[in-house]
Design a protein around this ligand. Structure first.
Ligand SMILES: NC(=O)c1ccc[n+]([C@@H]2O[C@H](COP(=O)([O-])OP(=O)(O)OC[C@H]3O[C@@H](n4cnc5c(N)ncnc54)[C@H](OP(=O)(O)O)[C@@H]3O)[C@@H](O)[C@H]2O)c1
Length: 249
């Protein structure tokens, strides 16, 4: 470990990031690594994870641990938890950013396989990760589990049915879990990133000029701050826009 890394705010912490191959998950992984955490990065795309690892190495001199996995694979989440247990015996930070849009379609037109997949990737994975990782987060002196959500969960709109329903379900699940673990050192945090320049956003709004949108790198420092924070129950979702405005003043 380099001298800079040993004095970094998250030095020695173990952080697992889902959706780490691109977009907000990737930006979170980079920021956590820069802040000194050892990053365990997961997504399906091996190439995306390897590029992340190269960038982390260039920035910090350290290597990430790459764990390619489909979030639909619940047993894979269990195996990941077991591997983290064997290697580190605890988890300090989880950032769950992996998700899909699931298509923008009238509810009556959503095809059943697409519905099932969106539920599996966005909602069931959240339950499987919590189930697998809670014991490891409890082993940390300050386990922080950060879940990426969306304003669509609270403000549903035509054609966003599958995405909005799965994210609203995820929020409910996370709030129930947070209540259950209130007496522990573990805290759950829901984050609404607002609008960021990512593949998911481009899929939802293909006509939009991506250059007008926020670079996901901007959310990195907020994720690091949250990983170091001591919040209460996630009755309110933490909004990137509010954080950015507060930081500017
Ligand atoms: N961008 C926005 O404006 C915005 C707004 C509100 C909320 N959000 C939320 O922010 C989070 C990140 O979104 P993003 O915009 O960064 O999206 P993105 O660029 O499309 O990235 C999604 C990530 O999820 C991974 N992923 C997708 N399906 C997966 C699967 N079956 N198994 C494992 N990993 C999978 C992808 O990796 P692979 O394809 O390599 O598997 C990728 O790393 C999501 O939870 C999203 O709902 C984003």
């Amino acid at each position: 470990m380099s001298d800079t890394a040993s004095t970094a705010p998250l030095a020695g912490r173990i952080a697992l990031v889902t959706g780490a191959s691109r977009g907000i998950g990737r930006a979170s992984a980079l920021a956590l690594a820069k802040a000194g955490a050892h990053v365990i990065a997961t997504a399906r795309s091996q190439g995306g994870l390897e590029e992340l690892d190269d960038e982390i190495r260039a920035l910090t001199g350290e290597r990430a641990t790459l764990a390619p996995m489909d979030l639909v694979d619940g047993d894979g989440a269990d195996q990941l938890g077991l591997a983290i247990h064997q290697r580190h015996a605890r988890l300090d930070v989880l950032v769950h950013a992996g998700a899909i849009l699931g298509g923008l379609t009238p509810v009556s037109h959503i095809d059943p396989p697409s519905w099932d997949r969106t539920i599996a990737v966005n909602l069931t994975s959240t339950y499987r990760l919590i189930r697998s990782l809670e014991p490891l987060l409890r082993q940390s002196h300050a386990g922080r589990a950060i879940f990426l959500t969306t304003g669509r969960a609270a403000r549903p709109k035509a054609f966003w049915g599958a995405y909005a329903a799965t994210k609203a379900g995820m929020e409910a699940l996370v709030r129930c879990w947070a209540d259950e673990i209130e007496q522990t050192q573990v805290r759950a945090i829901l984050v609404d990133p607002n609008i960021m320049r990512t593949r998911m956003r481009a899929e939802a709004f293909p006509g939009e000029d991506p250059e007008t949108l926020t670079d996901p790198a901007e959310i990195g420092p907020m994720i690091v701050e949250l990983a170091l924070s001591n919040p209460g129950l996630p009755t309110e979702t933490v909004k990137f826009n509010d954080w950015k405005a507060a930081r500017a003043t």
